[in-house]
Design a binder for this molecule. Structure first.
Ligand code: GLY
Length: 319
């Protein structure tokens, strides 16, 4: 059976190639998906995931991650996790060590500490500078920024976050979908979420059915972009359910993407947030696909026979 790695276009080739080598050597989809996600979490050039992710409005890097196995439909997730190097591994351990699916905030951090997950200051010098830059752009003085850093935010943090979030800074997410030679599917999603978000904001990435879904019998899907849309629509599960109902992956992908585009279109999403969503998908035969509500969005696909990842443009589906 053809093994396959599908990831966002932003994921570096060397990370995907390392995963592909492990797959060729017989590694299971779940182990490869976790490894690829961990490598991206360590990538300081990626400001939307793990270390060096852009922080929330108070300067805290809050990470969401989820891990889902298609054979069992078991999943584990963490939300608003701070101070741990590999949110995806904590998410996998939630699946393996607890009867729960999602741990959030203080509980997620307690759990991570209890299992001995590696701690890390996730705010890089570069991400901190980007945060300061954005605060200055919206009119904060150096003294006000200093107060924020010292844990003395203004009373109106809602206003501050709403002013700071904008569609250009947006949100990326690391989605990786792996199919191994036994046909097992695993999806790993990890992100620091929307830049300059309100503290405690949780996106779609740790929400099974919204940010991701995997079922070996039918296929898998995972989303990136504005999580508030895919949470409201249950996008990933809907795509897989439409395939379960007999639609092809392309038919299902176009339906759910159009639905998201329609939700985004009337208001222009207020333009305070990123205003696009992209889905990656795979069907049970191992065929990859991608759909997006805006043009110029890419994914990378690495099949067993490919020498290097292929860059594929997501099909643009307007409202
Ligand atoms: N899709 C990632 C997020 O909304 O945080």
């Amino acid at each position: 059976m053809q093994s396959m790695i599908i990831a966002n276009g932003e994921v570096k080739d060397e990370i995907i190639l390392r995963g592909a080598a492990a797959l060729r050597a017989g590694a299971m989809a779940a182990d490869v998906a976790e490894q690829v996600a961990r490598d991206v979490e360590d990538d300081a050039d990626d400001h939307s995931v793990g270390f060096s992710g852009k922080p929330n409005i108070l300067g805290q890097v809050e990470c969401d991650a989820c891990f889902m196995v298609g054979a069992t439909r078991k999943a584990g997730a963490v939300a608003a996790l701070r101070g741990f190097r590999h949110p995806i591994s904590v998410a996998r351990q939630v699946m393996q060590r607890t009867p729960h699916v999602l741990l959030a905030g203080e509980g997620a951090m307690r759990f991570a500490a209890e299992i001995g997950a590696e701690r890390r200051n996730m705010l890089s010098i570069e991400a901190r500078a980007l945060w300061h830059g954005r605060l200055r752009e919206i009119g904060l003085t150096d003294a006000q920024i200093h107060d924020l850093e010292c844990g003395h935010p203004p009373a109106d943090v809602i206003g501050l976050a709403n002013a700071a979030m904008n569609w250009r800074d947006g949100t990326d997410t690391m989605n990786v979908m792996v199919r191994d030679t036994a046909g097992r599917l695993c999806v790993a999603v990890t992100t620091s979420g929307i830049s300059w978000k309100y503290p405690g904001r949780v996106g779609d990435s740790p929400i099974v059915g919204a940010g991701l879904y995997a079922d070996d019998r039918f296929g898998a899907a995972a989303c990136m972009g504005l999580g508030e849309v895919t949470i409201r629509l249950g996008t990933s599960l809907k795509l897989v359910s439409l395939m379960q109902g007999g639609l092809s992956m392309n038919e299902a992908g176009r339906i759910v993407t159009r639905e998201m585009a329609e939700m985004l279109a009337p208001s222009g999403s207020t333009r305070t947030h990123v205003d696009w969503v992209r889905i990656i998908a795979i069907d049970r035969a191992g065929t990859p696909a991608a759909f997006a509500t805006s043009q110029g969005r890419f994914i990378k696909v690495q099949g067993a026979d490919d020498l290097e990842p292929r860059l594929i443009e997501a099909e643009y589906v307007p409202a």
